[in-house]
Design a protein around this ligand. Structure first.
Ligand code: GUN
Ligand code: FE
Length: 475
């Protein structure tokens, strides 16, 4: 058992529904087998458990692990392109790089870079757009398991309007997805997500096969893009003959509680009503929306309709892996929306970057805050002494003010440690700094659809737990 002593800040109750930020200045968290088993004032908990190994995190602030609801694995190396709208950016930047991932040795290298970048930014759980190539998706799942990352991902599919080498067929898409799901869905912390790129690049037949796969892989997730850019929306409407973009997915059973749609900047009320009714979620990707000039996210309308909104960094259109930056950009954008903007506090930003993502991914019983019963997925914000963030936190007017400074100023360099399931992921920042006197201790293809249907029960019974609760973290 390990007893963590820290200033703990989290959002067990949704601030959009009146929940308050929870701040405990000198909290103790007792962790056993990766799970928080007790939480109390540190002194109380210490006296109850004098035998527990003590980890003092006595400066900075401990937050829940960040949850990214939308990020692209093969786009690590195209971050930072400027000056293009979505469709031009896809053609000139993203898709040529995604074609390179066909080469498996390259895919393995990029998968390592991707998972390291996510965890180094404090992301402990992610819904990830995989690759158009099944071996590359396999490499991603392997890299994620090696780092212990909680990942939901899948084969990206499309059969039109992409580069020809990225096109698939309905049958191949099903078969390859099915095989990847057999290998990874429910294995350790990995789950499978059916992932058509967007309705623009998918025929109705391909989306029908996605619907079939989503039904056949019990407990699978579904993710895609929706209403991101006006040219994209106009093209989808023309190709599908409907003004309801969401319906391209809905007519194949792809809109439900386990569906997460990225962007939804240009949504109709009909679509918002349907998203809310289906309890589907939207991943808001604010730096991407700004970088591609996609538009100003109508958070007010999502909230008014009761649609759950989480955050995604949307690398490589987004400007980096930090969900703290996405939180700040969410705040700034809502300020710029004037009377249509939602006034946000630091509590809202933390909720969006943690618990909302956990909710969108159906993992809220395990992650999203640091309550008793949750897994110990946590990040320790510990800025270097003398930095503006360090000074700001030490001179803040209480924890909510300190948290606002974290969103304004913190970068991945300010992370002292990241844990998933109680296992520390990176010791670099802690090692790199001198310990302060006395207090600081180092924390420590089924072949055919018929064959596929025959093996339909596989996913229900398999829980190999290879990357299970005992950690298994590298770095
Ligand atoms: N729509 C379809 N593909 C993509 C992508 O890779 N990034 C973004 N931002 N939007 C998309
Ligand atoms: Fe995206």
């Amino acid at each position: 058992m390990t007893l963590y002593r820290a200033q703990v800040v989290d959002t067990p109750d949704d601030p959009f529904r009146g929940g308050a930020l929870r701040c405990d200045g000198d909290a103790g968290l007792l962790v056993e087998d990766g799970r928080i088993v007790e939480r109390d004032a540190f002194a109380t908990l210490r006296s109850r458990h004098p035998e527990a190994q003590l980890v003092e995190l006595s400066d900075g602030v401990l937050l829940p692990g960040l949850v990214d609801a939308h990020v692209h694995f093969p786009q690590v190396r195209v971050i930072g392109a400027l000056g293009m709208p979505l469709l031009e950016w896809l053609e000139r930047c993203a898709l040529p790089e995604e074609a390179r991932i066909a080469e498996i040795d390259y895919a393995r290298v990029v998968a390592g870079e991707f998972v390291s970048a996510l965890t180094s930014a404090g992301t402990t759980t992610a819904l990830v757009f995989g690759s158009h190539f099944a071996p590359a998706v396999d490499a991603l799942f392997q890299a994620a398991a090696g780092h212990g990352l909680r990942i939901t991902s899948g084969l990206v599919v499309g059969d039109r309007m992409l580069r020809p080498e990225l096109h698939t067929s309905a049958e191949r898409s099903y078969d390859e997805g099915r095989e990847l799901a057999r290998r990874w869905h429910g294995v350790g912390r990995s789950r499978y997500a059916v992932t058509p790129r967007f309705a623009l690049s998918c025929s109705d037949e391909l989306l029908a096969s996605c619907g079939e796969l989503h039904r056949d892989v019990v407990g699978s997730w579904f993710t895609s893009h929706l209403n991101e850019n006006l040219d994209e929306v106009a093209t989808v409407r023309r190709l599908s003959g409907t003004t309801n973009y969401l319906d391209c997915y809905d007519r194949h059973g792809l809109v439900g509680r386990q569906s997460v749609f990225a962007h939804n900047v240009h949504s109709t009320d009909t679509e918002l009503t349907r998203l809310a009714e289906a309890q589907a979620s939207v991943a808001h990707c604010p730096t991407s929306n700004a970088a591609l000039g996609s538009g100003m996210f109508p958070l007010n309308r999502h909230l008014a309709h009761g649609v759950l909104v989480a955050l995604g960094c949307d690398v490589g259109a987004g400007t980096g892996f930090s969900l703290l930056k996405e939180g700040l950009q969410t705040y700034l954008l809502q300020r710029l929306r004037g009377v249509d903007g939602v006034p946000l506090t630091a509590a809202h930003l933390l909720y969006l970057a943690t618990a909302a993502g956990g909710q969108a991914l159906g993992l809220r019983d395990q992650i999203g805050d640091l309550s008793v019963g949750r897994r110990f997925d946590a990040i320790w914000i510990r800025p270097r002494p003398g930095t503006i963030l360090d000074i700001g936190i030490r001179h803040s007017n209480g924890p909510e003010d300190a948290l606002a400074k974290v969103f304004a100023l913190a970068t991945p360099d300010d992370l002292g440690q990241v844990w998933i399931d109680g296992a520390p992921l990176r010791a670099r920042a802690v090692d790199a700094r001198p310990l302060r006197p006395q207090s600081r201790r180092r924390p420590e293809h089924p072949r055919s659809k018929k064959a596929a249907r025959r093996t339909n029960s596989d996913e229900r019974t398999r829980h190999r737990g290879r990357a299970g609760t005992d950690g298994g973290v590298s770095r």
